[in-house]
Ligand binder design. Structure first.
Ligand code: EAX
Length: 327
């Protein structure tokens, strides 16, 4: 009798392990990384994406999230996705140009008029064309999410016009277009990975930095920065990127689930950006930041205008005009 029971157990185990048992589906847990906290705009967008793929694949796919730069800076995470050691990253385009040079065009200061303009460009043919370029570089760009319009913070002085920024040592993303553009404001650009930034501000290694309100809020920069100026000097897109190794294993039906989930994540992330933009200034003032809300933006546009000739040479004047023309 005991032999029969043992045999039955062994048969059941071998069937289970071989997946032959009907109804037992392989569970795949995907690792997703991003720079800021779980409650930030990146956390909200990533969580919605993860919930949607779990629902849409009846639990066959789920996520393990690595927020707050747990897996390193955005450049490192993009590289890990390219290598297949990380399954997904929800990242700004800051370091992306080092992998997909064509995407640098969206990092030109004062290229986008406002959020409506930026979202229309990124969700239209121009944005889709840039996602397609990622596929040629070993990255599956599923959808544009969003970081937001960037503003300057520093510990030296209020910035009201471009000349006030001159001479400040400002951390920038590892992004050549940003650095070239910001130099026209007289800034001394210091490229640095995001995980090092809070400490650099705390220790005074740099005078300031620039980031969207959602990042300034989520990263508690009000604890280490006195002045905030609403410069709106550049729109910072973000993108949800999947490893090609994962994409290749998906059925057509699951590919459709993943793409729809990425869109839902983008919508949720942008809503969180809207909410942070609406509520963030009051919160940061309450945290003790001195906020310059009426910045003389024209002085910054005038300063960066000569650099547009160089940007036109690099990206094509027609391509820049095409983005500016989107209504
Ligand atoms: O994407 O590095 C930066 O300043 C980015 O805005 C941040 O990592 C969020």
């Amino acid at each position: 009798m005991k032999t029969v029971k043992t045999l039955r157990f062994l048969l059941a185990m071998s069937a289970l392990l071989s997946g032959a048992v009907v109804g037992v589906q392989a569970q795949t847990v995907l690792k997703i990384g991003y720079a800021t906290s779980p409650t930030s705009h990146y956390g909200v967008g990533s969580t919605v994406f993860c919930e949607e793929i779990e629902k849409g694949t009846s639990g066959r796919y789920s996520c393990q999230q690595f927020p707050s730069s747990a897996l390193g800076g955005e450049r490192e995470m993009i590289e890990s996705v390219q290598l297949g050691t990380l399954d997904l990253v929800n990242t700004s385009t800051g370091p992306l140009g080092n992998f997909v040079p064509e995407t640098r065009i969206v990092d030109i200061p004062f290229l986008f008029r406002d959020y409506d303009h930026a979202r229309k460009v990124m969700d239209g043919p121009i944005g889709q064309g840039l996602l397609d370029k990622m596929n040629q570089r070993g990255l599956v760009g599923m959808a544009w999410t969003e970081n937001g319009f960037r503003h300057m913070t520093n510990n030296v002085r209020p910035i009201v016009q471009a000349s006030d920024a001159s001479g400040l040592k400002m951390r920038t993303m590892e992004n050549r277009v940003h650095m070239e553009g910001y130099k026209t404001f007289g800034i001394l650009p210091t490229p640095m990975a995001f995980p090092e930034l809070f400490t650099a501000l705390q220790q005074g290694t740099v005078d300031g930095q620039e980031n969207p309100i959602p990042v300034i809020l989520a990263s508690k920069f009000s604890q280490v920065q006195k002045h905030l100026s609403l410069t709106n000097h550049v729109y910072s897109p973000a993108v949800l990127i999947l490893s090609p190794a994962v994409w290749a294993k998906l059925s057509d039906a699951d590919k459709a689930v993943f793409m729809a989930a990425a869109k839902s994540g983008s919508i949720a992330q942008r809503k969180k950006v809207n909410d942070d933009e609406a509520n963030g200034i009051a919160i940061l003032k309450n945290d003790g930041m001195m906020v310059v809300e009426q910045v003389n933006g024209q002085t910054f546009r005038d300063a960066v205008a000569p650099a547009y000739a160089q940007f036109a040479t690099e990206f094509g004047a027609d391509n820049i005009r095409a983005i500016q023309a989107v209504q």
